[in-house]
Design a protein around this ligand. Structure first.
Ligand code: SF4
Length: 209
């Protein structure tokens, strides 16, 4: 036992600690994914093809949170890959990052039928998974995309057209509020504002250590 402790200490001094932490994070996210694939806590499990955990850098400083998977996400098992996702990816790239640099997830892990907004009960049933995901990844900045993401995290109704651009504090992290990219697709005149918001949140994460 003493030998093992000494060896771990030497590896830590040699800079291997990060590798252990990263593996642990990936392992924890894998376990969480296995859990949600079996989850029947709300009726959204009845119509899903698969649950969608999220994806990205497990060490990301910046985490984007949307509402729920849509048809493309449900089919492919990846978040934000449809038209709205492509717009988000473009805005991230425009801000100087790659999609793989950040982490992207949703409040609900299963697709609501016909892409309706998940009910409050469905959001609350799923939220513990997202909270565990945030705990594992431990980003310094959360970017909440749209009213459902804001409600899930901030626990109050948010009129996103009035509150977008705000920076708030939540459990020691900075939280930035902006539109959901699907809203921007329906209101193309807001695209410039959305791109500027994503630049600001990327800058916020850069300046936060
Ligand atoms: S949406 Fe969340 S709580 Fe509901 S069944 Fe899917 S994983 Fe479970």
């Amino acid at each position: 036992m003493e030998n093992l402790e000494n060896n771990l200490k030497i590896l830590k001094e040699l800079g291997f600690e990060e590798i252990f932490v990263k593996n642990t994070k990936e392992e924890l996210l894998k376990q969480l994914n296995e859990e949600i694939q079996k989850c029947t806590k709300c009726d959204l499990h009845l119509s899903r093809t698969q649950a969608v955990l999220g994806e990205g850098n497990p060490d990301a400083k910046l985490m984007f949170i949307g509402e729920a998977p849509g048809a493309d996400e449900d089919r492919l098992g990846r978040p934000f890959v449809g038209r709205a996702g492509q717009l988000l990816t473009k805005a991230i790239q425009n801000a100087g990052l790659k999609r793989e640099d950040v982490y992207i997830a949703n409040i609900n892990k299963c697709r609501p039928p016909n892409n309706r907004t998940p009910t409050i009960e469905e959001q609350e049933a799923c939220l513990p998974y997202l909270l565990r995901q945030i705990e594992i990844i431990n980003p310094s900045v959360l970017c909440l995309l749209g009213a459902t993401a804001c409600r899930g995290i901030l626990k109050r109704e948010v009129q996103i057209t009035k509150e977008r651009g705000k920076i708030l504090e939540w459990q020691g992290k900075k939280v930035f509020l902006t539109y959901h990219p699907a809203y921007v697709l329906r209101n193309p005149k807001e695209e410039g504002t959305f791109f500027e918001d994503i630049k600001k949140v990327v800058e916020l994460a850069r300046s936060d250590g």
